[in-house]
Design a protein. Sequence first.
Length: 258
Amino acid sequence: MKESQTFSIINFLNLVKQGWKIVVIGVIVGGLLGLGISSIQKPEYEAISIFSFSIDYSRTGLLTDIEEDQAMEIVGDLIKSTDVMKQVEIKTASQGLVIDGYEIQKNFIAERKFDQWNLKVRNGTAETAAQLVNLWSEEVKSALEKARQASWKADALHRYILSLESCYQQSTSGLAGQPLCQASNRMELLEEMEKSGKDLQNWQNDAKGIFPGLNFLWAQHADVPDKPIQHSRGSLILAGCLAGLLSAFLIAEFTYKI
């Protein structure tokens, strides 16, 4: 077995030694073919918009790294939510740009980088790519503003409910210091707490998980990209080189058969 393996390795090395010119030519030709294929492909442009985020610790107190990470992931869920994407489809259609769900799923990309979310859109036309990502960003900005407003109202209502609970406890202890907290107002307090609790749930739903201390800024609007992306050129050249290498070995083995 060892002799067979040794013999095969020797044969292979002899083949490389004798046919190295064919191997080099094969790799070069394969690489050039990959480059040529990438050159005739339809160009694709990528436009980028950036949102940056910060946390107001005076409102939230200290947060763990996990809590901060969760807050940013919630933002990502909102950016890519069905409601936002549906509005993007409606807005683009009103401006004469027809896109469907498949195109959105394929070409609308949201990437997180530390305290930023980068929104990217790819399209065969540079102007369209920039227009689409800015439309998307406008919808994201609107959704974030609505969610933040709802989180502020939910936070204020939560504090109000806590004050009602404190007042109710005073009414049951006989130590009420305010007229509203008298024992005679217990039913009114319970009704107000129940109503406020329902309102709180509604505002929390509208907040989409965004908390009051999260601030955001649309830091960079998308500009029209000046040249297409080359995301597949390297892969095609590498594939061409490998195909050329394999073809060269087969030709060399046939030519210099041992």
